[in-house]
Ligand binder design. Structure first.
Ligand code: GLA
Length: 392
């Protein structure tokens, strides 16, 4: 689905009530990967790809959903009998379950959704779905929750129904995004700053380019939760040394090194990566504020190296894309983005040579893996919002 009008028209073919329209964006993350659930900082931005929702109360006690992009797959659920199902249904059911559990007043509604965000590419289509639904319900039932509260509900929905122990970054970024800015989010306090993302360092214009490896991941297939558990295993060791430690924010890399013998190789590597990435993200925010994109780009390469070698969430295809990017002087930074095990790389590319450079990376990739990668030029966008209906 490509336009909000399509969402509305499609809705009218299924449901009689007059709907309101909402849009919930996906996100990119410039730096700070796999640290949102480890007490770190992240630098995400909402993008101009996402999901539209046409939604209205239906004055019953059941909710009906139509997923326009998945062959108009539909289902209804009684609000006092919400149980887990499978696939995308768990994202929306999870939201309803948490709202009910927290005793917020919602009644029946009809909802059709669809969008232009690629699924499984690491752009957080599932968070956009959860954040968009909870935002829309907050509006149509006038619940009065803040965006921060909505993000926490969406995260809990994902934990309890989709089963991924994700951090707060994706839903927070989807809800709080701002055009031409990224967020510098403290994942402990949830305080944040908007950093302008002009991508011009006074010498060159740069652009964020995503290259989709087309190797698709499912975060709930185990790898992500395994990293979460390994990180928690590392953290609990430090907590046994000092009860005041509540997250990796309080653990220095040198301390991890000092206790190396107490860990398996995997857990040790994960802890080193986390402590490095927390520091790196703070440094990256400073470079962004100073408009020092060259140094910022170097940190992106360092992050990729850590994700690949220490946190082990990359894959052959993404390592290849980053290596190719690195061989191009017009790409000043590149790394795998998001949860990993496939998905997109994010590249900071000199605008004047962008087409040539991306073309070369894409054709090398095709030659090596026989896969044609997809390229997305990313524009940052405002966060989840209502779209006013224009009366004709
Ligand atoms: C996924 C999760 C996020 C975050 C990233 C990795 O997108 O949903 O919470 O952990 O992976 O940074």
């Amino acid at each position: 689905m490509q336009t909000p009008q399509q969402a509305l028209q499609n809705y009218q073919q299924h449901f009689p009530e007059e709907a309101r329209l909402f849009f919930s964006p996906g996100r990119v993350n410039l730096l700070g990967e796999h640290v949102d659930y480890n007490g770190g900082f992240v630098l995400p931005a909402a993008i101009n790809k996402g999901i539209w929702f046409a939604i209205a109360p239906n004055h019953t006690n059941s909710a009906s959903f139509v997923a326009a992009d998945i062959n108009e797959e539909s289902f209804s659920v009684e609000l006092n009998n919400i149980t887990k199902q499978s696939g995308w249904r768990n994202y929306v059911l999870g939201v309803l379950h948490i709202l009910k559990k927290q005793k917020f007043e919602i009644s029946g509604f009809n909802c059709l959704f669809g969008g232009n965000i690629p699924q499984g590419a690491g752009l957080s289509s599932s968070a956009a779905l959860e954040a968009g639904l909870v935002f829309a319900l907050n509006e149509i039932f006038q619940i009065g929750l803040s965006k921060k509260q909505l993000a926490l509900i969406a995260q809990e929905a994902e934990h309890s129904f989709a089963g991924t122990k994700c951090g707060i970054m994706d839903m927070f970024a989807s809800l709080h995004g701002k055009e031409d800015h990224c967020l510098f989010l403290d994942c402990i306090t949830l305080d944040y700053e908007y950093l302008p993302l002009m991508l011009n360092d006074g010498t060159n214009d740069y652009e964020l380019v995503l290259i989709d490896s087309k190797v698709h991941h499912q975060l709930n297939d185990g790898g992500y939760n395994k990293r979460y558990q390994e990180a928690m295993e590392g953290l609990s060791f430090f907590q046994s040394l000092n009860k005041r430690i509540t997250s990796f924010r309080h653990v220095q890399k040198q301390v991890v090194e000092q206790f190396m013998e107490n860990f398996s190789k995997e857990v040790y590597d994960r802890c080193i990566y986390i402590t490095q990435e927390i520091e790196r993200t703070k440094q990256a925010a400073t470079y962004l504020k100073e408009n020092n994109l060259i140094e910022f780009g170097k940190l992106m390469y360092q992050t990729h190296h850590g994700l690949s070698e220490l946190y082990e969430v990359s894959c052959e295809e993404m390592d290849f894309l980053v290596k190719e990017a690195r061989s191009q002087s017009d790409v000043i930074g590149a790394r795998m983005m998001g949860g990993g095990f496939g998905g997109c790389t994010i590249n900071l590319v000199n605008k004047s040579n962008r087409d040539k450079v991306i073309g070369q990376i894409a054709s090398a990739y095709e030659k090596a893996f026989n896969i044609i990668p997809e390229v997305y030029l990313v524009e940052t966008a405002d966060g989840t919002r209502e779209i006013p209906l224009v009366l004709s």
